[in-house]
Write a protein that binds this ligand. Structure first.
Ligand code: SLL
Length: 288
């Protein structure tokens, strides 16, 4: 594939958060009955997915995803085309865990080659204690194994840079809507009309959309086409600044413990060296 025309934006790196992983639920007559036609030895229904954090659209940078499942599964290589605002996902049933190869195909404007990440399908929670196992479960008993990841684009092409950043636009100031200053037009002649390509109705729609986004952010969510992550956790959305703070605190506490341990070991060593010196001095004394 020929690289996109145009220059790269030098010295710039843009990242976009996303989440991938698996969610599995055991068959159960009441809550998750085995559908007709599913073999008796299948114990779980499960999903493997790639999606935006907080479910924001990522199809503006990710075009399609290939999921390579275990060969025991019919038609085990699945290509999923992006649909705006929807996760890339494969739903299946089965009995065993295995490694899934998830190949990410970017939009052509990016000029990026596909990249593969690997993920283990979890049907059974694991951990040393029941408590640890419980952290892998969502309400309703789903076993989740989700990974937060950041896609980095180094020195993106100009056109791709525009695509990456053209969404998270703040709304026009009150009273200023409809003036040409807040709108950029792309291509086409604006035949004398103020504000160029977009009709008043379209502009109003854009503004409403942007305001909805800002409201979403004020509730802790993320803006479209941004590198934001949510401020707080919600059920089913564990990746947030809040989680980050908890992890930072855990690391700090661990560091304090390590330093304390290190101090004790150093003191003990000093004591032993001193004792050794005393013993050597004693040994050197002439025997009388
Ligand atoms: C294991 N190494 O032994 C793994 C292999 C394969 C899982 C797990 C088949 C589903 C189907 C299925 O669940 N394979 O027949 O559609 O645990």
């Amino acid at each position: 594939m020929a690289p996109p025309a145009g220059k790269r934006v030098k010295g710039l790196q843009i990242f976009r958060p996303f989440v991938y992983g698996t969610t599995a639920l055991p068959f159960d007559d009441k809550t998750n009955p085995r559908p007709d036609g599913i073999p008796d030895d299948h114990t779980h229904s499960w999903t493997v997915f790639v999606k935006g954090i907080d479910d924001v659209d990522i199809t503006y940078w990710l075009r399609r995803v290939q999921f390579k499942l275990h060969e025991s599964i019919p038609n085990h290589v699945r290509m999923v085309e992006g649909e705006k605002g929807k996760p890339f996902a494969v739903h299946e049933t089965g009995w065993g865990e295995f490694e899934i190869a998830i190949k990410l195909y970017y939009v052509p404007e990016s000029g990026e080659k596909p990249q593969t990440v690997y993920h283990h399908l979890r049907l059974h929670p694991y951990g040393r204690t029941d408590e640890e196992k419980e952290t892998m479960r969502l309400n309703g008993g789903e076993v989740i194994s989700w990974v937060y990841e950041e896609q980095i684009f180094n020195e993106p092409y100009d056109a791709f840079y525009d695509i990456l950043t053209s969404g998270a636009v703040p709304p026009p100031l009150p009273g200023k809507s409809g003036t040409a200053t807040t709108t950029t037009t792309t291509g086409g002649s604006s035949s004398g009309g103020k504000g160029g390509g977009k009709s008043a109705k379209e502009k109003e729609k854009d503004r409403k959309e942007q305001q909805l986004q800002l409201q979403h952010r004020s509730e802790g969510g993320v803006l479209e086409r941004s590198a934001m992550i949510p401020l707080t956790n919600r059920p089913g959305q564990p990746f947030s600044r809040e989680t980050e703070q908890v992890e930072v605190k855990k690391l700090k506490d661990a560091l304090v413990k390590v330093e304390e341990l290190s101090r004790k070991v150093t003191e003990d060593l000093k004591r032993k060296e001193q004792r050794l010196a005393e013993l050597k001095a004693d040994a050197a004394k002439p025997v009388v």
